[in-house]
Design a binder for this molecule. Sequence first.
Ligand code: NAP
Length: 292
Amino acid sequence: MQRDYKVAVVGLGLIGGSILKALRAKNIRLVAVSRSQETIDKAKKLNLADIYSTELEPVKDADVVFICAPIHKTIELIDKVREITDPTCIITDVASIKGFIMDHVNDYHFPTNFIGGHPMAGTEHKGIDHSFDTLFEGAKWAITPSRWSDTQDVEKLKELIRFMGATAIEANPYEHDKAVALISHMPLLISQALFGLINDYKDESVKNLALKLAASGFRDTTRLAATNPELAIDMLSINKINLKESISDYKEYLASLLDILNSDEDGFSRKVESIASNRASMYSKDGKNIYQ
Ligand code: NAP
């Protein structure tokens, strides 16, 4: 990639800030755009880019634009960015749900060089203060080309994603939304329900003891309950249909586990052993998912 290659990031929160940090050491000109002057001042202090603005105007001659705003603002920003950029500019996003965004872009009457994206990395925190340069290292990054995307541009985006240490995985947007309902949105809702149940527990004395005794197991299984509420609400409400289906499958599976526990102790032991061994081998020692 040549030095005059220009990448713009719109929305400097956890993800947008981490993209700038991950690309800062590379030979690329970076444009940083965010809604508030306060965030732009923080980005300037950290020397995250070459150009800073609270307006979209400086993205107009970018080669690639990453839209990293909250999910419910993504479509509005894609519309604005496509109006001011050259048709050769690759526009991408990082929103955690892809189907409704791809439907919108595929319905345009004018070619728009949009490739959907979703980095499978994050934390429960929000904002530029929590962004870091290694967030995407070793992570998968789902990409969903639109009907306008050309193969060369898809390859260029994959290369940028590789620059950040991640691996791009092409996916169908609707399948992506079903998959993330299973591995991300359902665990979030279950984590919220688990924490909510204990925190609002009907027996005050048991509740107080439970909260006092809670250690790393409870901390790990409820970590997602502390997810940035704006993001959590967006994910759960926009992907509600897939989420409901996942929760229904989960309830069925849970009921079948309880049935085996009640009726077949040996069968239950075998099931638990099999789940434990499959879960133990899913991640390598350094915590990376072994599935490629
Ligand atoms: P975040 O930390 O809350 O950051 C969102 C940023 O968007 C804020 O910094 C805000 O800027 C900016 N913004 C809001 N409206 C804007 C507008 N109209 N124009 C320009 N900037 C605007 O959220 P995040 O966690 O980075 O999430 C951003 C996107 O990443 C979401 O679409 C989410 O689905 C996706 N994602 C998140 C995670 C995760 O774990 N967090 C993982 C994968 C993907 P100001 O600070 O200037 O107000």
